[in-house]
Design a protein around this ligand. Structure first.
Ligand code: ATP
Ligand code: MG
Length: 458
């Protein structure tokens, strides 16, 4: 986000609080934006908590929309985005392990007590910079602790998504999980199954694409969460490989290193690349065989594709992303033979859709094993030479165009079209109309077909 946009957003968010207060309501910035400001990070969005109901708040602003009447949430327009204005509320009963059964109007203190972690439960009055801290969130921020608000066991029990949020925030801000919170997290890891697959997927992707993917996967493994969201990935741990090809260690370590390289060196990794990295070798544990003193993994791409399908279906990964990931897994071993490929094969390989991502995956794969980038470089060179070549000139007319004009199908058509391309290259023919005239000038149409039924000359 541009600096100007975020300043504009911030002043709009100050204005929202100012107007609510001028109308006699209590109001604060709350949650993520306060946390980010205290950490010196520019907030991506602002949430406002207030004593006003949406009905009371809406008339104070030019443009609003209601997003959750039941929850008392109103959005106020600010340039291209929306500032969320939510009435203080308490929540009661979480019989599905994910959503409150009911919500009730409340005061500021009660409102923050329903929030997940202390660092996300701070209030700030932007008019004077005062922070209102009912939960010890400031101290936890300073000490870099992730701590549940109130009783951690109860908080995870209420809403199982908090299990993954705990890991995500811990990694994002490089925190330690406070011991009681951690204990509850481990004890309830299995409850992550109550969460809609899409939500779990989004949390997982945010972790893979976030600043500390190694830490995220390690925490997911250690907490037991990985057993419930992607046990297939857990099997990479302890899947030994031959040091000659993989001095870095087992498949798990190799995969973690790739995620770290992705974080450090890919400008804008997408979900497909992240999942491709996570799953590219997921077939190795099943395909592993001992040959002499080496481990070999014949066909692990194929097996990997099958396993990846199971994982991605479970996580409801969109079809388009799934196909992109399948392409990465299925083709990641083709780089081995790049140097033996005929030029035409190589060209087809590098010019296929999605190759940029595949080449990026290969680079990460190489960096996280022997560090040999020669194949990567060869592909880059070939791509460059393709880019520098004149675009192939296609004839302005097709064979069908000629047949319609009385030329007979057969090898002569090829001769005519090649001559036409030469004329185009010389610049004497620039459009279709001219092309038709040029062909007529240089090549007489074929004589009429003998009439049907006529006896061929003996
Ligand atoms: P981000 O920068 O990722 O948006 P955020 O803290 O704003 O971080 P949101 O998911 O946007 O996170 O939620 C806004 C606030 O709502 C949180 O700061 C937290 O106070 C509260 N919250 C969100 N989800 C939950 C949840 N599942 N349980 C309890 N409180 C939650
Ligand atoms: Mg937010």
């Amino acid at each position: 986000m541009g600096e100007e946009v975020s300043l504009q957003m911030r002043s709009a968010a100050v204005d929202v609080v100012r107007r609510l207060r001028a109308a006699g309501f209590e109001s604060y910035w709350v949650g993520g934006c306060v946390r980010d400001l205290l950490l010196g990070i520019e907030p991506l969005d602002y949430d406002v908590a207030t004593s006003a109901t949406p009905e009371q708040a809406a008339p104070l602003f030019e443009s609003t929309r209601e997003v959750g009447r039941a929850f008392g949430v109103l959005q106020v327009r600010c340039a291209d985005s929306w500032i969320e204005v939510a009435t203080f509320r308490s929540e009661g009963g979480y019989s599905d392990g994910r959503h409150p059964d009911s919500v009730h109007p409340a005061d500021a203190r009660t409102d923050v007590l329903r929030r997940d972690f202390t660092i996300n439960a701070l209030l700030m009055n932007p008019l004077d910079g005062q922070v209102l801290d009912y939960v010890g969130g400031r101290r936890d921020l300073e000490q870099r602790q992730l701590r549940a608000v109130g009783d951690p066991a109860q908080r995870f029990q209420e809403d199982a998504l908090r299990l993954l949020r705990a890991v995500r925030f811990t990694c994002r801000f490089d925190l330690e999980i406070e011991p009681a919170t951690r204990q509850a997290l481990v004890a309830q890891a299995h409850r992550i199954r109550l969460v809609a697959a899409e939500r779990a997927r989004d949390e997982l992707l945010a972790m893979l694409l976030g600043p500390r993917p190694r830490r995220a996967l390690t925490l997911l493994l250690d907490s037991g969460l990985l057993d419930h969201i992607a046990p297939e990935v857990k099997r990479l741990r302890g899947c030994e490989q031959s040091p000659r090809h993989h001095p870095e260690g087992d498949v798990w370590e190799h995969t973690l290193q790739m995620l770290e390289h992705m974080q450090a060196s890919v400008a804008q990794p997408d979900a497909a690349l992240a999942l491709g990295v996570l799953l590219h070798d997921v077939g190795k544990p099943d395909a592993r065989q001992r040959v002499g003193d080496q481990w070999v993994f014949h066909g692990h791409e194929k097996r990997g594709q099958e396993i990846a399908e199971t994982v991605m279906q479970r996580l409801r990964v969109p079809n388009k992303t799934q196909s992109a990931v399948q392409m990465l897994i299925g083709q990641h071993m083709r780089f081995i033979s790049v140097r033996e490929m005929r030029r035409s094969t190589l060209r087809r390989f590098i010019l296929q859709e999605g190759f940029d991502r595949l080449l990026e995956l290969h680079r990460l794969d190489a960096l996280s094993s022997r560090g040999d980038l020669t194949t990567w470089e060869a592909c880059r060179r070939e791509l460059e030479s393709v880019a520098q070549e004149e675009p192939p000139v296609r004839p302005l007319l097709s064979g069908d165009d000629l047949i319609e004009r009385g030329y007979r199908a057969g090898p002569r058509l090829g001769v005519i079209l090649r001559a036409l391309v030469d004329a185009q290259l010389e610049g004497s023919v620039r459009d279709r109309e001219r092309a038709i005239a040029w062909v007529r000038e240089h090549f007489a149409p074929d004589p009429d077909e003998p009439p049907a039924g006529a006896t061929p000359a003996a």
